[in-house]
Design a binder for this molecule. Structure first.
Ligand code: SF4
Length: 414
């Protein structure tokens, strides 16, 4: 059954523009039209969604009750903001469209999605573009995507086998699975990824549920799996609906994917015998779909790569180059940033740049860029650990921060 047939509202076909007064009330994160995230520079000038997924991140920014998608500005203005962003680089910067607060394939949002895609493609840009959806993608949509000549577009279909309509109302329909099959059947140059998330104990981690998801994933280019954001706002909403939410009140974690669950997912994938590769990181699955090396430099965190196909590992290995100071200096100058830094095996420490600027450097160098909240260390010891033996307390402190970042590289927000 379609989403409409089971009574899911899909929003208007023509979107209203949010008033200045309403914009002034928005959480700053919701009001941000172009922002940098780990998977790319993200354009979100439409906010609001009728799909009511219980775990939705919009709970965190007071936007979950807004069911009608609204424009924050015109799409022409949004495109100019995107390509005019100081960190945007043609052919280099990965882009995400409408990944924060709406679904890009809702009837009212889709025309804006295609307007942005055509505008970027007409400029000859070859950037990766990530489009995450769980809604209806038709053969006509795929034909239009296939008219693009330059952009490397990847559709990521959020599908995790959840069947409880309190958690995901759209689970009552077959909209997402039908879309995955349609996209896979009509794709030529468009990447198609099954975004297996959120995987949550008790909701969708039973062996037969995992087998169902993996079976759907037979036809796509790649499967990317991850956990969910466990925070009081979405947990409270779901518990009020009577849903069992695991992890109790352990809200400190980011996306939750315990090692034991990771192992069960990998084992289920191996048991399934499907030929579709499985990835832990979004950028890895997207890169693979376009036969490109990972743009987040996860090859520097090699433990992530144990399940990756040999040909893809070779791509990343061939692409991997430890930056020398001149490389880091050039990128910092190009982006207009200043930071002390320290080059280590697999990553570069920086200080005080904040997430958004770190990711801009990371995507330019295709190398992990980490934050060392110990400026003395960077100031005192320059740009390489070579020739320097840290004292015991410094070494212990650095080891602690290094472990934190290795962990973050596995679990941080995509
Ligand atoms: S080799 Fe590692 S970094 Fe490269 S795509 Fe595979 S998992 Fe990602």
């Amino acid at each position: 059954m379609t989403a409409e047939a089971i009574g899911i509202h899909t929003g208007p076909r023509t979107l209203p523009l949010l008033s200045d007064q309403a914009k002034a009330q928005l959480d700053p994160y919701m009001a941000l039209i172009v922002g940098y995230r780990k998977s790319g520079l993200s354009l979100n000038h439409i906010i609001g969604c009728p799909l009511d997924c219980g775990y939705c991140v919009r709970h965190f920014w007071g936007n979950f009750d807004v069911k009608v998608p609204h424009l924050l500005c015109t799409t022409d203005e949004a495109i100019e903001q995107l390509v005019g962003h100081h960190a945007f680089q043609p052919h280099v910067t990965p882009i995400q469209l409408f990944n924060k607060a709406t679904d890009p394939f809702l009837p009212g949002v889709k025309p804006h999605l295609f307007q942005v895609l055509h505008a970027l493609d007409q400029r000859g840009y070859t950037n990766h573009v990530l489009v995450i959806t769980r809604f209806k993608v038709t053969a006509a949509d795929m034909s239009e995507l296939e008219t693009l000549r330059h952009l490397r577009v990847t559709l990521l279909f959020t599908y995790s086998g959840i069947t409880d309509p309190r958690v995901e109302p759209i689970a009552k329909s077959d909209a997402t699975v039908t879309s995955i099959r349609t996209a896979a059947a009509h794709k030529k140059r468009t990447g198609v990824v099954l975004y297996w998330r959120p995987i949550v104990p008790g909701w969708n981690d039973a062996p037969d549920t995992m087998a169902t998801v993996l079976d759907v994933g037979r036809v796509v280019d790649a499967i990317v799996f991850t956990g969910y954001y466990h925070k009081p706002e979405n947990a409270g909403y779901l518990r009020e609906l009577g849903v069992d939410v695991p992890y109790a009140d352990d809200y400190a974690r980011r996306k939750v994917m315990p090692g034991e669950l990771d192992a069960r997912v990998v084992a289920a994938w191996r048991t399934s015998g499907i030929g579709t590769p499985l990835f832990r990181k979004t950028s890895c699955g997207v890169a693979f779909a376009h036969a490109a090396p990972d743009y987040n430099g996860h090859w520097g965190v090699r433990e992530l790569c144990d399940i990756c196909p040999a040909a893809q590992r070779q791509r990343c290995a061939d692409d991997y180059r430890e930056p020398v100071p001149a490389d880091v200096d050039t990128v910092l100058t190009q982006l207009g940033y200043t930071s002390d830094y320290l080059i280590e095996d697999g990553h570069v420490w920086t200080h005080g740049l904040g997430e958004q600027r770190r990711y801009a450097i990371q995507h330019t160098l295709r190398h992990q860029i980490w934050e060392l909240d110990q400026p003395h260390y960077l100031h005192a010891h320059g740009r390489s650990l070579l020739g320097h033996t840290p004292d015991a307390s410094q070494a212990a402190a650095l080891a602690g921060v290094r472990a934190k970042f290795e962990n973050a590289a596995r679990y941080e927000d995509d």
